[in-house]
Write a protein that binds this ligand. Structure first.
Ligand code: ZN
Length: 132
């Protein structure tokens, strides 16, 4: 994931986190890099091709995993979500991991979980990121 973010710099990279759920905990087993489908402004936006997402989801099911989150990078910006990130986050109870890439190197990572029940009341809140 770090490599992918650094290679994509100064553009945003993005991808899907596959894993398992146990209650409110999401355990990530694999990070699948995706092509950033935002050709108009890949430095500040990202999107994942829905067809690629469907393929990843199908592959994950075959391995007994599910989509537990998404990641993307912020080239030369902090690892905090932007209003656009919230607008474009639609997977309730999934993690949104943001990597800050400064001068081509990953400098920080933060994770947020999308809470709420629908588009109108959704919110991104900080969550603990445990590596190990
Ligand atoms: Zn973002």
């Amino acid at each position: 994931m770090h490599c992918h973010a650094e290679q994509a710099y100064p553009q945003e990279c993005c991808g899907v986190l596959l894993g398992l759920r146990a209650g409110d905990v999401r355990e990530v087993r694999a990070a699948i890099p995706c092509t950033n489908a935002r050709f108009d402004s890949p430095e500040t936006r990202y999107s994942i091709d829905p067809r690629e997402l469907v393929r990843i989801q199908r592959d994950a099911r075959e391995k007994g995993l599910e989509i537990v989150g998404f990641f993307h990078s912020h080239p030369d910006h902090p690892a905090r979500w932007s209003p656009t990130d919230l607008d474009e986050a639609h997977w309730i109870a999934c993690s949104y991991l943001i990597l800050s890439v400064e001068q081509g190197r990953v400098a920080a990572a933060s994770s947020f979980v999308l809470i709420g029940t629908r588009e109108e009341d959704k919110a991104l809140v900080d969550e603990a990121l445990v590596v190990g």
